[in-house]
Design a protein around this ligand. Structure first.
Ligand SMILES: [Zn+2]
Length: 409
């Protein structure tokens, strides 16, 4: 007998959410970094050389994918440090996330280059979640929809700036930009040519400009309802904004921050009713205090308070662990401190989706939108063994990345 045996692991006694279906009493067999078999107990044979892990009737789903996250667990993408990205990767597996796209805010091109060179060097973080590329949110935004972005850095896209950036850093996989600003359509075409996802963001476009954006390579809309124009009246005529265009046009996918604060359940239901369950994904859009719990923080000189309280007028009551960051006078949100497992929970408990539907929004849908669906986002033979195990309360019990257990509660 040779001494080198292929490592095989079986997760047994689980309720598997593939997420296209739910398999009760399920088994998943993992060899090295790949799922080699799965199904109900009697359909799957476990060979003798397999390490068996009983998950005790917990749910097993593909690992969650976050396409839009600025920080968490004390790590901040804008610090341009590998240490901070490692903090994020290691913390996120505690929330069931196995793949994420670190996301920048508007900054100087020199800052963005520094961040890109950090991400370029990193793939899977040992013992943590996988980085699936860099998402640039800005600096090519409409100053009228600046939101929490620093107006000082907002510029129009110029090929002399972005061509060398895209040439040098192949880790850039998504750009959120306003298509209607000068150079925005040419940027969309360049992104499409390179296979980088172009997403409409912080935009004041009108309907005709959104259609033009689609014709010029844009396929997605960043955090629906936030940083986008809506219907307005001009000389007695109603003019359709980005919001209504995104709800209407099937060719655009979008994303929601379902943290129990940014959008009430009724607006999330409106998005799902308009877009269908296949064209929406969950994103946290989180900043560095996500995962750290309630308290007062100083974030880049800004005093913020992290709490779970919602005002009386909001549709839902305060939910345990649904934290939000607000400016210390509570006048505005300061980004989000959402975690992906809480958002999947919210889609079930607050919005009323069934479990496989809610899991789709955090797994197969973002994988498709980012064109990663041949590798991750689905439990299937030959797919990467990125899995997460959770209980009825959506507490994460175990997370596996590339067949390796990276978190166990
Ligand atoms: Zn963002």
């Amino acid at each position: 007998m040779g001494t080198i045996l292929m490592k095989k692991t079986a997760l047994v006694n689980g309720r598997i959410i593939t997420p296209l279906r739910l398999i009760e009493d399920g088994t998943i067999i993992i060899k090295d970094n790949t799922i080699i078999d799965f199904g109900s107990k009697d359909q799957v044979t476990i060979s003798e050389d397999t390490v068996v892990i009983d998950v005790n009737q917990a749910y097993i789903s593909p690992g969650f994918i976050d396409l839009h996250i600025h920080g968490s667990w004390g790590g901040d993408v804008m610090s341009a440090s590998e240490d901070d990205l490692v903090k994020m990767a290691n913390g996120l597996v505690r929330c069931g996330v196995t793949s994420f796209m670190p996301t920048t805010l508007s900054g100087s091109l020199a800052e963005l280059r520094k961040i890109a060179s950090c991400v370029e060097k990193m793939g899977k973080v040992n013992g943590g979640a996988r980085l699936i590329g860099l998402h640039l949110e800005g600096p090519y935004l409409n100053p009228k929809q600046v939101g929490a972005q620093n107006p000082k850095y907002i510029i129009c896209p110029d090929p002399a700036d972005y061509l060398p950036l895209f040439d040098k850093y192949s880790c850039i996989k998504r750009v959120s930009a306003a298509p209607e600003i000068s150079g925005g359509m040419a940027l969309g075409r360049e992104l499409k040519k390179r296979g980088i996802i172009a997403s409409i963001a912080h935009s004041s476009a009108v309907y005709q400009e959104v259609l033009a954006a689609l014709e010029n390579g844009y396929t997605h809309a960043t955090h629906i309802f936030s940083g986008m124009s809506s219907v307005q009246r001009v000389e007695a005529y109603r003019v359709t904004g980005v919001l209504e265009s995104v709800l209407l046009l099937d060719d655009l996918t979008t994303e929601i921050i379902a943290d129990g604060h940014h959008l009430p359940p009724s607006l999330i239901k409106l998005v799902l009713k308009s877009k269908g369950l296949n064209r929406v994904c969950l994103v946290t859009d989180a900043m560095s205090a996500a995962g750290l719990g309630p308290g007062e923080y100083n974030l880049g000189g800004l005093e913020v308070i992290v709490e779970d309280a919602v005002p009386e007028i909001f549709e839902i009551e305060t939910q345990k662990n649904n934290y939000v960051a607000k400016l210390s006078d509570r006048s505005a949100f300061a980004s989000s401190v959402a975690t992906m497992n809480q958002m999947v929970r919210n889609m079930v408990k607050l919005v009323g989706l069934n479990l496989p539907e809610a899991v789709c929004l955090a797994t197969i849908n973002p994988a498709r939108m980012q064109k990663l669906d041949d590798k991750i986002g689905l439990i299937g033979k030959g797919m990467k063994a990125d899995l997460t195990v959770f209980n009825e309360e959506f507490d994460i019990l175990l997370t596996m990345v590339d067949g390796e257990i990276v978190y166990i509660k």
